[in-house]
Design a protein around this ligand. Structure first.
Ligand code: BEZ
Length: 254
């Protein structure tokens, strides 16, 4: 291991994300259907990333604003011609500004969900809706467990393996209720996700700080994690599938 302090926060490179993470937006059809954006509606896309879905909502006629904490992703979103702003999801500053708040595959990165829901409730007009999909309870459990096992074996920091917020529907439903929402529908479901560019690229794109802690040994750590996962997440033809669990929710501000 290196003596250098590892970066502990996740960073994003839009080109790498486009190459290895495009499936995230490609799989958003159902949550977009739940949102059912109407022409002229003012919608906040929370955690808009590189703006692929923000642009789709704009093309559907919505008046959409995307926010993301990554300046690089916001620049990529703006390059698609959408109104995107750098803003932390745990510190939203909008007040009664939106008919709907939408979020896909972003809320699990925000580990202070009470702050996120405060901001969403504040950003919505009365009666506004909140429609989101993100990682739910037991999401990527095998992947996290393999990373933790390798960190333990090598004397690394296991806690860097899985910093995400993956609630149960019961937990999240109660939080929504406490923030003034009526939950219309909520569910947890398995969505095994094919990784067309493999497991190693998923690991280094989505869990960068974990591997950076190992410095020059990072590549061999990736290989060791892959080796642990292969019997369960790689098929006989060599294709990888990630063990995703999703929570999908529609709620209405009272
Ligand atoms: C997800 O979309 O479920 C996810 C993505 C990256 C890391 C962890 C979870």
């Amino acid at each position: 291991m290196t003596a250098e302090a590892p970066a502990r926060t996740q960073t994003w490179a839009p080109d790498t994300y486009a190459a290895h993470g495009r499936f995230v937006a490609d799989l958003a059809g159902a949550v977009l259907e739940w949102l059912a954006a109407q022409p002229g509606e003012r919608i906040l896309d929370l955690g808009c990333g590189d703006g692929v879905l923000t642009a789709a909502l704009k093309a559907a006629g919505a008046d959409v604003v995307g926010v993301d904490s990554s300046p690089e992703m916001v620049a990529a979103a703006r390059a698609r011609g959408v109104d995107a702003r750098v803003m932390d999801g745990e510190g939203l500053t909008f007040v009664s500004a939106f008919d709907a708040v939408f979020s896909n595959a972003a809320l699990h990165w925000m580990t202070r969900p009470e702050r996120v829901l405060d901001g969403i409730a504040r950003a919505l007009k009365p009666g506004g809706r909140f429609v989101a999909e993100f990682g739910g309870h037991t999401n990527v459990a095998a992947i996290i467990t393999a990373m933790r096992a390798v960190a333990r074996r090598r004397g690394g920091d296991e806690t860097l393996a899985g910093p995400w917020f993956f609630p149960t529907p019961e937990e999240y439903g109660a939080m929504l209720d406490a923030h003034g929402f009526d939950v219309k529908r909520i569910g947890l479901f398995a969505r095994p996700t094919p990784l067309k560019t493999g497991m190693a690229s998923w690991l280094v794109v989505f869990r960068k700080p974990f591997f950076e802690q190992f410095g020059s040994e990072a590549e061999s750590v990736v290989a060791e994690v892959e080796d642990l996962l292969a019997p369960t997440l790689r098929d006989r033809a060599g294709n990888w599938t990630a063990d995703y669990m999703r929570i999908r929710v529609e709620a209405k501000l009272r």
